[in-house]
Design a protein. Structure first.
Length: 753
C-alpha cells in the first residue's frame, strides 16, 4: 500500500459502518422522494425515474475524512411512518412535512407498494398451477420468480466514455428526430422522458458531491465530481470516481444486492495506460486507488461481483496490468470480496499462480470461470460470439452480457431430488400426504428401473412446466408494474428502441433457472438401480417403509444404501453418468421453452443457500440421507461422500455438461491446508486449476481450511471466528453464518490429496 495508515483507517471505518452507508441518515428519504412524484400524471416508469432524481436531491450526503473518492450509498428502504411515533414525526419535519402531511406520505407509499404487486397485473394463480411452488421461507419442489431486480451488470464503461450528459444528448436527439406519428412514439416518448430524469439524477449526484468537497477544501475531489459522472472521464481517478457514483445511482434504483461491476480491469485499463504514459500516476498510486474502491464496495455480505481476465473480442487473453493491480489491492485490503477470474488456454501462468496464492491465504477468492465452457454455452444459445466472449458473472455465479442483457438471474429454482422422491411415492409428498405431482405409481409398481426412471422424468417435467408458467407470469407482471429505467439507461438497445429493460429493450432477454439436487439424485438413482432393481439387495416395500420413517430402526438398511452403492464425486463412471444424464436432460428440457419476450431459459447448475432450505422440505432419500438434512451444494458431492481426493472429484465434475450451462455451474472444493503447504503449494494448486480448466470443469471455488479450525471458530467466535470461508457462491466471515450454514461448511470434505 502507498499509504498504509490511510487505507487501514478506511478499511476499519467501512467495516464498522458495514459498508458505504451514511451514519444516521433520515429514514424517510425514499418516502419523501416518492411523495414528490405525486400528482404529476406519470407512468410507472416515469415515477420510478423521477423518484430516483428526487432521492438524489433529498439524500443526506457526507464526505468522511481520509477519503479521496466521494460518495455513499443512497437510501434503499422506505421508512414506514407510524403516526404514534413522535421521533419519526420529527424526522419527517426535517423535510418540512407536518404530522398531517406525514400520513399522506405514508398512504402514497402504500399505494405505490400496491402498484408493484404482481397479481394486479395478470390476476391470481390457479391452485393447480401453484402445487409444489414454495417461497424463500418454505421451499418445496420449485420456486418461480420471473420478476427481476438488481442482479445486473450495467454499461458503466459508457458512463465513463460520455457521461450522463452525453447520454442525455443522445436521448434528446431521438426525441427531437422521431416522427410523432410513429405508432411506437408514445411508448418511446414515455420511456425517454423517464430516462432523462435518470440522466439528471446522475449529473446532480456528482454536482452535490463537488459542492460539498469544495466547501471542505477537498479541491481534487471537487474537480473530479464537477466533471464526472456528468461528462466523460479523462484519467484513472476520474474514471474510478465516475464508476463509483454510477454504481451508487444503480443501487439507488433497486438496492445493492448483486448489482455487480463486471470486467473492471477491461473498463479501467485504458485510463491507466493514458495516465502512465503522461506520467500522472505510478503503479503504486493505481494500487492505492483500487484499495480505496475496494473499501467503498465493502459489505458484510458481498455479492457486488468484479471480474478479471478472460478473453477479448478476438479470443485472445485480456489479462492486463490492471488485472494484477486489482488482485494486489484485494490482497492488501484483506477482507471478504466478490472477485472472479476468467481462465482459458491463453491465460498467463503467472496470473493463475497469483490467484492460487490468494486462494491459499484463505477466504475463497478469487473464484474461477472457464471461458471455453461458458463462451460456447452462451454462443450456442443465441448470444453472438463477440458478446459471449464479454460475459461476466453477477453476484455469485450467474452469467450475463454486461450492458446488453436482462438475464433474469436466478429466475427459478427446481429440486431434482424432490422430483425423485415424488416419483417413489406416486406424486404424493410422504411428509404431508399432499398430492403434489401427477400419479405415476409408487416404487412397488415398477418392474424395472427404466419404469421408475420414466416416472421420475414425468415428475420433473410436470414441475418444470409449472415453474416456467409462473416465471412467465412474473415477467408479464413486471413489464406492467416494475420498470427499471436506471438499469435500462445503461443497457443496449433500450435507448434506441425506447423501451425499458423489462419491456423488450435490451439486445438479449433470457431467464436463468437453478437446478438443484444433482449429486443426491444421482446417488439415489444409483442406489435404486443397483441395490433395488438389479441386485435386489433391498426390498421395495422395506425401502418405502424406511424412507417414510426416516430410517427409524433401519440403520442397517441405511448403511447398505450409503456403502454398497457408488457415490458421486469419486470418479465412478456409472454414478457420474447419472449426474451427466440428469443435467443434460434438464438443459434439453429448458431449451424447449420461451418467455413472453421470446427469451430462452438458461440453466444454472447452482444451488446458492437453498440446498439447505430445499433439504428441509425433503424426506429421507435412497442415497442414505436423513430427512431435512441439506442436499449437496450445487455440483459438489454430498457432504463427506467425495472420499477419493481432489483429482477424483475434478474427474467427476469434468463429466458434466458445463459447456451447455449458459447460466453457469458451480462447485466448492474444500482443501486441507496441508495439501498446498510449503514452497510448492502455489504450483500444486495452480496445476489443479489449469488441469480442471483443460478438462472442461466450468466453475470452481476453493476453501483452504480444516474442519478442526472451523470447530474452534464455532466454539469461540470472538477469538477465532474471523475466518472468511466460501459459502454458496459468496464468501463470508465464518462467525456471521447461521448454525445450519456453519455445520454445512464443516461437513464438506476437506481434501488432503
Amino acid at each position: 500500500m502507498t499509504d498504509n495508515n490511510r487505507i487501514t483507517r478506511l478499511r476499519d471505518e467501512v467495516m464498522r459502518r458495514k459498508g458505504s452507508w451514511i451514519a444516521d441518515p433520515n429514514p424517510f428519504e425514499r418516502d419523501v422522494a416518492l411523495y414528490r412524484t405525486k400528482g404529476r400524471g406519470l407512468s410507472s416508469v416515469q415515477i420510478r425515474a423521477l423518484m430516483l432524481r428526487e432521492l438524489v436531491d433529498v439524500a443526506t450526503i457526507r464526505i468522511y475524512d481520509d477519503w479521496t473518492l466521494a460518495g455513499e450509498h443512497l437510501a434503499h428502504n422506505f421508512g414506514f411512518y407510524d403516526p404514534k411515533n413522535r421521533a419519526q414525526e420529527y424526522r419527517l419535519y426535517e423535510f418540512g412535512i407536518t404530522a398531517e402531511e406525514a400520513i399522506k406520505v405514508e398512504k402514497y407509499r402504500h399505494k405505490w407498494d400496491e402498484r408493484t404487486q404482481s397479481f394486479y397485473a395478470i390476476g391470481d394463480i390457479s391452485p393447480e398451477n401453484r402445487k409444489g411452488m414454495g417461497d424463500w421461507e418454505k421451499n418445496n419442489v420449485y420456486l418461480a420468480n420471473g420478476w427481476m431486480e438488481n442482479h445486473s451488470i450495467r454499461d458503466y464503461a459508457k458512463v465513463l466514455r460520455i457521461g450522463y450528459a452525453g447520454i442525455r444528448r443522445e436521448i434528446e436527439t431521438l426525441l427531437t428526430n422521431t416522427d410523432i406519428t410513429d405508432p411506437d412514439f408514445p411508448q418511446k416518448e414515455n420511456f425517454w422522458k423517464a430516462a432523462l430524469w435518470v440522466c439528471d439524477a446522475g449529473i446532480a449526484l456528482g454536482k452535490r458531491y463537488a459542492d460539498l468537497a469544495r466547501s471542505m477544501g477537498k479541491l481534487e475531489m471537487a474537480a473530479a465530481c464537477e466533471r464526472v459522472p456528468a461528462e466523460g472521464a479523462r484519467t484513472l481517478r476520474e474514471a474510478t470516481q465516475s464508476l463509483w457514483l454510477a454504481h451508487i445511482l444503480t443501487c439507488g434504483e433497486d438496492s445493492i444486492n448483486a448489482n455487480s461491476i463486471g470486467r473492471l480491469d477491461k473498463i479501467l485499463y485504458p485510463y491507466y495506460l493514458v495516465d502512465i504514459d503522461a506520467g500522472r500516476i505510478t503503479r503504486a498510486d493505481a494500487v492505492e486507488l483500487m484499495e480505496e474502491l475496494a473499501c467503498k464496495l465493502y459489505l458484510d455480505y458481498e455479492v457486488q461481483a468484479i471480474t478479471l481476465g478472460g478473453v477479448d473480442e478476438h479470443g485472445n487473453s485480456a489479462v492486463n496490468e490492471m488485472s494484477y493491480i486489482i488482485l494486489e489491492a484485494s490482497n492488501n485490503v484483506d477482507f471478504v470480496r466478490d472477485l472472479s477470474v476468467r481462465i482459458n488456454s491463453e491465460t498467463p501462468k503467472e496470473f493463475v499462480d497469483y490467484c492460487a496464492g490468494m486462494v491459499i491465504r484463505g477466504g475463497g477468492i478469487p473464484f474461477f470461470f472457464n471461458d471455453d465452457c461458458f463462451v460456447k454455452a452462451l454462443a450456442d444459445r443465441g448470444i453472438s460470439l463477440v458478446d459471449a466472449r464479454d460475459y461476466a458473472p453477477i453476484g455469485c455465479i450467474e452469467l450475463t452480457i454486461p450492458g446488453k442483457a436482462n438475464p433474469h438471474a436466478v429466475s427459478g429454482w427446481i429440486n431434482a431430488a424432490k422430483c425423485m422422491e415424488l416419483a417413489i411415492f406416486d406424486g404424493c409428498d410422504p411428509r404431508t400426504g399432499e398430492q403434489l405431482g401427477p400419479h405415476t405409481g409408487i416404487l412397488t409398481d415398477f418392474v424395472t428401473f427404466d419404469n421408475y426412471l420414466t416416472a421420475f422424468k414425468k415428475q420433473l417435467e410436470f414441475f418444470t412446466r409449472n415453474m416456467v408458467y409462473n416465471i412467465n407470469r412474473g415477467e408479464l407482471a413486471q413489464r406492467e408494474k416494475g420498470p427499471l429505467p436506471c438499469w435500462s439507461l445503461l443497457t443496449d438497445d433500450c435507448i434506441p428502441r425506447g423501451r425499458d429493460i423489462t419491456d423488450g429493450g435490451p439486445i438479449y432477454n433470457y431467464h436463468s433457472v437453478c437446478f438443484l439436487g444433482t449429486a443426491n439424485t444421482a446417488d439415489s438413482l444409483m442406489a435404486l438401480k443397483k441395490l433395488v432393481f438389479e441386485q435386489e439387495k433391498i426390498d421395495k416395500d422395506e425401502l418405502l417403509d424406511a424412507l417414510k420413517s426416516n430410517f427409524d430402526g433401519c440403520e442397517q438398511l441405511r448403511q447398505t444404501l450409503l456403502k454398497s452403492a457408488e457415490k458421486y464425486g469419486n470418479d465412478n463412471s456409472e454414478v457420474d453418468d447419472f449426474a451427466a444424464w440428469l443435467t443434460n436432460h434438464f438443459i434439453d428440457l429448458m431449451d424447449t421453452f420461451r418467455s413472453p419476450l421470446n427469451g430462452r431459459f438458461f440453466v444454472h447448475l447452482f444451488s446458492f443457500l437453498l440446498n439447505i432450505n430445499f433439504g428441509k422440505c425433503l424426506g429421507a432419500t435412497p442415497d442414505g440421507r436423513f430427512a431435512s438434512e441439506p442436499i449437496a451444494y450445487s455440483l459438489s458431492a454430498q457432504q463427506g461422500r467425495d472420499e477419493k481426493g481432489v483429482t477424483a472429484l475434478i474427474n467427476t465434475l469434468a463429466k458434466l455438461p458445463h459447456h451447455r450451462a449458459a447460466g453457469a455451474s458451480a462447485a466448492i472444493i474444500d482443501i486441507d491446508p496441508k495439501m498446498v503447504d510449503g514452497a510448492d503449494g502455489i504450483e500444486r494448486l495452480s496445476q489443479i486449476i489449469r488441469a480442471a480448466i483443460r478438462m472442461g470443469v466450468g466453475q470452481m471455488q476453493f476453501n483452504v481450511v480444516t474442519a478442526e479450525r472451523l470447530r474452534q471458530a464455532q466454539q469461540d467466535p470472538e477469538k477465532y471466528g474471523n475466518i472468511p470461508v466460501r459459502v454458496a457462491g459468496y464468501s463470508q466471515m465464518f462467525k456471521l453464518l447461521s448454525e445450519d450454514l456453519q455445520e454445512h461448511v464443516i461437513a464438506r470434505t476437506k481434501h488432503v490429496t
